[in-house]
Design a protein around this ligand. Structure first.
Ligand code: FUB
Length: 339
């Protein structure tokens, strides 16, 4: 239904009086915005959507056929947004075959690290890392993907003790269902409705930031009774788009529920979880996918997200930003992007 919702209808339902966030840029299509503040400036690491007309829409997300990354920056929320051009090109990633999906970035000891998923030459999603001395690139990719990595949507979190953790995973087109105990199973299928849902993954990064310091483990997301979600609870279970932020000493794991289009969050006491489900951060947006980041800029917190306001097409998205509020009890105020 969401995909069919035309922009005309959308404008009408808002009566023309809504303060809809404007796309941050409109000269290119961008999605999956991972935002960070480096040296007091805001940098956004989005996917760069393109209209790959030779690729048909399919159930595996083949129409998300992205070939490079651009980094965006701005001095302040609401200020002009700069596109720094191509930061990494698929042709310069020795191991990758196609589909540069949602990336993230971090900084350590004078180097910026870009983490990104791509299908390798066997069409299996892996996670790569590329480095640069500048937050805007150009980034140089490592010759191989991160050993032991798989699936999509990497996000890197630096804890206050200086340790870095990589979260990742996405079911369906993201292939997480093909990985059982970190072993590849080409027959791995989506879970039946009454089984416990697939879980996202986490591993601490080694000092060199280019490898896992430990075996990859599952991130437990539990309901308020301490039970894991079943696949049929698909308005709450993990699908893709992991993000981790820390607020008042608590760890907030947020993610997309994919086929039900919510961005949800769960709270834990440490980077590994378990995380207890708390609610919805962002209600469904225009377009099938919902993917975000949550960042503190100065004293305020912001949600970077995307929708398809500019194109009306699910694979041609535009990134946006809106303020996010933590309530006094630590919960997050649910955002409806169109109200
Ligand atoms: O941008 C391609 C994919 O769509 C991302 O990796 C997913 O999270 C979804 O937003």
């Amino acid at each position: 239904a969401l995909m069919a919702c035309s922009l005309t209808t959308f404008a009408q339902t808002n009566g023309g009086k809504n303060p809809i966030s404007k796309p941050l840029v409109s000269h290119i299509y961008t999605a999956d915005p991972s935002a960070h503040v480096f040296n007091g400036k805001i940098y956004i690491y989005p996917s760069h959507d393109i209209d790959a007309t030779n690729v048909k829409e399919d159930d595996e997300g083949g129409h998300f056929a992205m070939r490079d990354y651009h980094v965006l920056s701005m001095d302040k929320i609401g200020g002009p947004v700069k596109d720094h051009g191509v930061a990494l090109d698929l042709n310069d990633v020795p191991w990758a075959g196609r589909q540069l999906w949602a990336p993230d970035a971090t900084y350590k000891n004078g180097t910026y690290y870009l983490y990104f998923p791509a299908k390798d030459k066997q069409d299996i999603f892996r996670i790569g890392v590329a480095t640069s001395k500048s937050p805007t690139g150009p980034f140089k990719a490592e010759p191989e993907p991160i050993k032991g990595s798989y699936s999509i949507d990497p996000t890197v979190f630096q804890d206050t003790d200086g340790k870095f953790y990589l979260y990742f995973g996405g079911i369906w087109g993201g292939q997480l269902q093909r990985w059982n105990n970190n072993q590849y199973d080409p027959k791995g299928a989506l879970k039946p409705k009454d089984e416990v849902a697939y879980l996202p993954r986490v591993a601490r990064l080694s000092d060199d930031m280019k490898s896992f310091a430990e075996p990859v483990r599952e991130v437990q997301i539990l309901d308020e009774n301490g039970k894991p979600f079943l696949e049929k609870e698909n308005d709450k279970r993990f699908f893709e788009a992991a993000w981790l932020h820390k607020y008042n000493g608590k760890y907030y794991f947020s993610y997309s529920t994919g086929d039900t289009h919510n961005l949800c969050y769960a709270i834990g006491d440490n980077p590994y979880g378990p995380f207890t489900y708390k609610g919805i951060v962002l209600k469904p947006v225009l377009g099938w996918t919902n993917h975000h980041s949550i960042v503190q800029v100065g004293k305020k917190w912001y949600l970077f997200y995307h929708d398809v306001q500019l194109s009306g097409k699910t694979h041609l998205r535009n990134v946006k930003v809106t303020e996010l509020t933590h309530n006094p009890d630590g919960t997050i105020k649910t955002i409806d992007a169109y109200k």
